[in-house]
Design a protein around this ligand. Structure first.
Ligand code: PMP
Length: 287
């Protein structure tokens, strides 16, 4: 497997980062996960925009330009995948630790890209939906850090383990104010009648690119949609629940801690939006 690291494509075994990197010492870094459909990354521009916004917040400067990143992804796809879909991960780290314990750094960031084949999630996820449990961990809407995709992913990992230990597929985060926030690595949507609802970004969530695309599809189709502040009671009143994420697209939710959405799983609005999402991807990428 080949890797892009700091301007060069090399064998994975050659791609090394020193133990003195701030990414390792402090989790100082950012990442993006992109799905490439038959080699074509979906909405790469949006992912790069979010990455650059994260760089602005964390004061990381000097990562490669959009065109170089796009070229490197293409080259790695040809080397590592060749046909079918791919998982693309961009990672920025804080670079060498120079003793600074602020966001002021004297070394440039490190930047690497991984591209590998992606088979998708199990088909049962889409046919039967997934089962969620509410995590004991809460999102903090007052932190600037959950709005960007930092390399600190221990909360999602902890929450996914918590789900596995309880016999569930994944976890759902409330925020510290008690409102619904997001899935451990996804955004949350509720459907009530024909209305689609999703937690507002002020709930302390990542502004997901799939979430944004689904909101766009709703307005295109004339489906009522709103971003707001919802709680578990709203969730229990919902006819359909689904999650959105780049790699998994739209994943129907069959159960949240014993509650099963009334419209079945996948519900009609979820199915309609899933089909519309796949059509949009094909249309936009010319597949
Ligand atoms: N929230 C979190 C915490 C995530 O890790 C992800 C996955 N990137 C999402 C939401 C969904 O975002 P996107 O649609 O951009 O993949």
């Amino acid at each position: 497997m080949k890797i892009y690291l700091d301007g060069r494509i090399m064998e994975a075994e050659e791609a090394r980062i020193p133990v003195t990197d701030r990414g390792i010492l402090f989790g100082d870094g950012l990442f993006e996960t992109i799905r490439a459909y038959r080699g074509k990354p979906f909405r790469l521009d949006r992912h790069l925009k979010r990455l650059r916004e994260g760089c602005r917040v964390l004061r990381l400067s000097g990562i490669p330009g959009d065109e170089e990143i796009a070229r490197a992804i293409e080259a790695l796809y040809m080397e590592n995948v060749g046909s079918g879909d791919a998982y693309v991960r961009l990672t920025v780290t804080g670079g060498d630790f120079d003793g600074s314990r602020t966001l002021t750094r004297s070394s440039p960031p490190r930047f690497f890209i991984l591209v590998r084949p992606f088979e998708g999630y199990p088909p049962e996820y889409y046919r039967r939906g997934i089962r969620l449990t509410v995590s004991s961990v809460r999102r903090n809407p007052y932190s600037p850090l959950w709005r960007i995709k930092t390399s600190n992913y221990l909360e999602p990992l902890y929450a996914k383990q918590e789900a596995a230990d309880r016999g569930y597929d994944d976890s759902l985060f409330l925020n510290t104010d008690g409102y619904l926030a997001e899935g451990s690595t996804s955004n949350l949507f509720l459907v009530s009648g024909e209305k689609v609802m999703t937690p507002h970004t002020d709930c302390g969530i990542l502004a997901g690119i799939t979430r944004e695309t689904v909101l766009e599809l709703c307005s295109r189709e004339g489906t009522a949609c709103e971003e707001g502040f919802y709680d578990l009671e709203d969730l229990r009143a919902a006819g359909e629940v689904f999650l959105t994420m780049t790699t998994g697209e739209i994943i129907p939710v069959a159960e949240v801690d014993g509650f099963r959405p009334a419209e079945g799983c996948p519900g009609p609005v979820t199915s309609r939006l899933s089909e519309a999402y796949r059509r949009l991807v094909a249309e936009e990428l010319g597949l």
